[in-house]
Design a protein around this ligand. Sequence first.
Ligand SMILES: Cc1cc2nc3c(=O)[nH]c(=O)nc-3n(C[C@H](O)[C@H](O)[C@H](O)COP(=O)(O)OP(=O)(O)OC[C@H]3O[C@@H](n4cnc5c(N)ncnc54)[C@H](O)[C@@H]3O)c2cc1C
Length: 394
Amino acid sequence: MFRAEARIMPREERTMYFNEDHDALRATVSRFVSRELNPRLDEWEAAAQAPLHDIFKQMGDLGFLGIRYDPAWGGQGLDYWFDTVFLEELGHIQGVGLQGAIADQTHMATPALHEFGSDHLKETWLRPALSGDMVAAIAVTEPDAGSDVSALKTRARKDGDAYVINGSKRFITNGVQADFIVLLARTSDEPGYHAFSLLVVPKDTPGFSVSKKLDKVGWRCSDTAELFFDEARVPAENLIGREGEGFIYQMKQFQHERFAALPMTYVAARDMIDLTVDYIRQRTVFGKPLITRQVLRHRLVDWLTDIECLKQLTYHIVRLKTAGTDATREISMAKLMSGGLARRVSDGCLQMFGGMGYKNETLISRYWRDSRAASIAGGADEVMSDVIARLEGF
Ligand SMILES: Cc1cc2nc3c(=O)[nH]c(=O)nc-3n(C[C@H](O)[C@H](O)[C@H](O)COP(=O)(O)OP(=O)(O)OC[C@H]3O[C@@H](n4cnc5c(N)ncnc54)[C@H](O)[C@@H]3O)c2cc1C
């Protein structure tokens, strides 16, 4: 059985970007993934849900959930290189659904709360999210608004010292188990991007319900929900930052989400290749191990080359972020590249397994199912292309 282990860095990367402190974090996360998560993935996939409260509590105790966040709220206060190490090791989780569920907590639902939330919101919601005492979710997508976020209809009406929410959300990762939702809702009828706000909605808010748990092709261990709001009343102090700025905050938050996908994707793709090489070394067809076939070896090398390109683009993004430079263009390019890469490698690797690859019990089939979402979730490929085209001025 294939086991995920911390890959030894090429020497130049080890010295250029990572030191012994990064190695220590890498080893700790790697140990956690291989001992606490991977042995139970089959069980969680079958149950169509991983026990996020248990998993996040363990991760919170180990200091994994707030790598870059302010220590004042329970974070580790570390830089983007540590974040990259953490995400690379999450990439070894043998189920992209669980990778997504964890990244939801660390990079999707909490960045805006950390950057723009009041001290009260941080104390009440961010701190327990970082300690693993609460599960968070981000709710943007709706039945009639996915790629076009500005088409969303869920409304938060100001009523005295509260917002009253009506509407619905769809495809919300961790939505079934979440203790609170970070919600993007319309707070004004004015046209333009200043009509939206981000609000924290606690799960026990009267009028808020999980209307459905969705049955998905892949990401089976990740719960994905439809949410419903019927006159759901939350205190006005649950507003993150300023009213009318939620769209802008969410666009920034998307950059964290898309960045998180990158290390997890190139590491998982490399794991798929290792898994496949192990198999085709021992699989003999027409009298020779499959690994001796040049056509297959060249295919593997093409993918390794793409993986290296995505990794180096990611490291470039980390350098840009570290320098405080906007990296939206590069993140969009890398996200676009990563979707295609995940799909190409998982599909090609499954092909090399032949019929064995098409069995549910063979791990590569899970990667194949899971990888399909890489070109849809967090901004579909076509949306990334549109962003890049706009930034290029055409
Ligand atoms: C596994 C998974 C987890 C998710 N988790 C969350 C979550 O936690 N929170 C959340 O809010 N959302 C979540 N989503 C939703 C996700 O963000 C949306 O699915 C995504 O943004 C696409 O929106 P849509 O599905 O409505 O597709 P649509 O917007 O209906 O688009 C359909 C297709 O048309 C393409 N398209 C759209 N516009 C154009 C155009 N102008 N030109 C050419 N093609 C175009 C799209 O790229 C897509 O391929 C998740 C989705 C998945 C699959």
